[in-house]
Unconditional design. Structure first.
Length: 88
């Protein structure tokens, strides 16, 4: 089943909620998150979307959205699953 997944990640212009704690989420996670998402198992296509390019849209066959979001949370510090839709 081919699906489209949209995940929100921090970008450099945004201040992180955790920035006062000097957490991993310093806003520089955009490109790192994109590399992780593009290299994830089953991903055919990855692209930035949104007005401020704070969302990553991933399309592929058999991509586990929860595992991808969890991996991004561990590596970047913040990631929120926006939507998962089936592509026909």
């Amino acid at each position: 089943m081919k699906q489209k997944i949209v995940i929100t990640v921090p970008v450099k212009e945004q201040k992180s909620f955790f920035s006062c704690f000097n957490f991993l989420c310093d806003g520089a996670g955009g490109s790192k998150a994109f590399q992780i998402a593009a290299g994830f198992s089953g991903v055919d296509r990855a692209a930035y979307v949104g007005n401020s390019r704070d969302k990553i849209e991933v399309a592929g066959d058999g991509v586990d959205a929860v595992k991808l979001t969890t991996k991004l949370q561990k590596k970047v510090g913040f990631a929120a699953l926006e939507s998962v839709t089936e592509v026909k």
